[in-house]
Design a binder for this molecule. Structure first.
Ligand SMILES: Nc1ncnc2c1ncn2[C@@H]1O[C@H](COP(=O)(O)OP(=O)(O)OP(=O)(O)O)[C@@H](O)[C@H]1O
Length: 265
């Protein structure tokens, strides 16, 4: 049986007592959460539940009021090269003049020195990442000329090039078509098969059980977390979403996914 401290050292992400406040109002309150290695976790909760804020606080983009974030037992600040981040597409200025390959190569910035020109080897790595998301042909395109789904694939390629142990994604399926969603899910599942850990803010409750093996239900506080079959229950969803989910929606969400069937298709 693994002790608490051992579990934290082995865990790609361990959060303890995390609180974030805006204007003295806690929007994330006293959250404890540990990801098992190689897991794929959905963070779900209603609008304004603090999901994006939690991710940003983990990454140090937003200031933590209290709490501790550890990556494989070390403070996250010392482990940033092992953590890749796919931000919300809407949070980025896509008019900024940059090509697709520029954006993907940015994923290597911790390996580059300012005096080093981007080497042929780096371009090759960027092209490999782009080919994993079906975007190799767009390498020299301006990012402002891409569709929403293509932008999302480019962001994913930027995370892939990092070969990080932990990848954090904020709504990677928002505003993408079914084909892109399927392509992204396949890439994420492949990362999981490689033993990498994924943590993903996700809005579509109907696909949680098909795409993810773990879930964190959040509404300012941690309502529940664990393997999907244990934590993604009608009672926990009710506690997280309150009256926003009808009894019929809850019943549908509890129906098992048929073997070989993907709810996302
Ligand atoms: N920079 C900010 N300054 C002040 N308040 C903020 C800021 N960012 C977020 N908030 C507030 O914090 C709360 C949590 O926001 P957050 O974006 O983390 O929620 P979310 O669960 O990701 O929501 P959604 O599902 O709508 O994306 C909201 O009430 C939001 O208005």
């Amino acid at each position: 049986m693994m002790g608490d401290s051992e579990a934290i050292v082995q865990s790609p992400l361990a959060i303890r007592g995390l609180t974030v406040s805006y204007a003295h109002r806690p929007v994330v309150h006293s959250v404890d959460f540990v990801t098992p290695p190689g897991s794929m976790t959905a963070i779900v909760g209603p609008n304004g539940a603090g999901k994006s804020t939690l991710l940003k606080a983990v990454l140090g983009i937003t200031r933590r009021l209290t709490g501790e974030v550890r990556v494989f037992g070390q403070p996250v600040e010392a482990m940033s090269r092992h953590v890749a981040y796919v931000p919300q597409r809407s949070s980025v200025d896509w008019d900024f003049p940059a090509t697709v390959i520029d954006v993907v190569t940015m994923g290597l910035f911790r390996d580059l020195r300012w005096w080093q020109p981007t080497r042929h080897r780096h371009r090759q790595r960027a092209l490999e990442s782009l080919s994993r998301v079906g975007m190799e042909a767009f390498a020299d395109r301006q990012i402002g000329q891409l569709s929403g789904g293509q932008q999302q694939r480019v962001f994913l390629a930027r995370a892939l090039i990092q070969q990080a142990a932990l990848t954090i994604l904020d709504e990677p399926f928002a505003g993408v078509d079914a084909a892109t969603e399927k392509a992204i899910v396949e890439v994420l599942k492949q990362l999981k098969r490689e033993g990498r850990t994924l943590l993903c803010v996700h809005h579509d409750l109907a696909t949680v059980r098909d795409y993810f093996d773990h879930v964190l239900l959040l509404n300012v506080r941690r309502i529940a977390d664990g393997p999907v079959e244990e934590a993604f229950t009608a009672a926990n969803l009710q506690a997280t979403y309150g009256g926003r989910l009808s009894p019929m929606q809850l019943v549908r969400l509890m129906e098992p996914v048929a073997q070989g069937e993907s709810r996302g298709e």
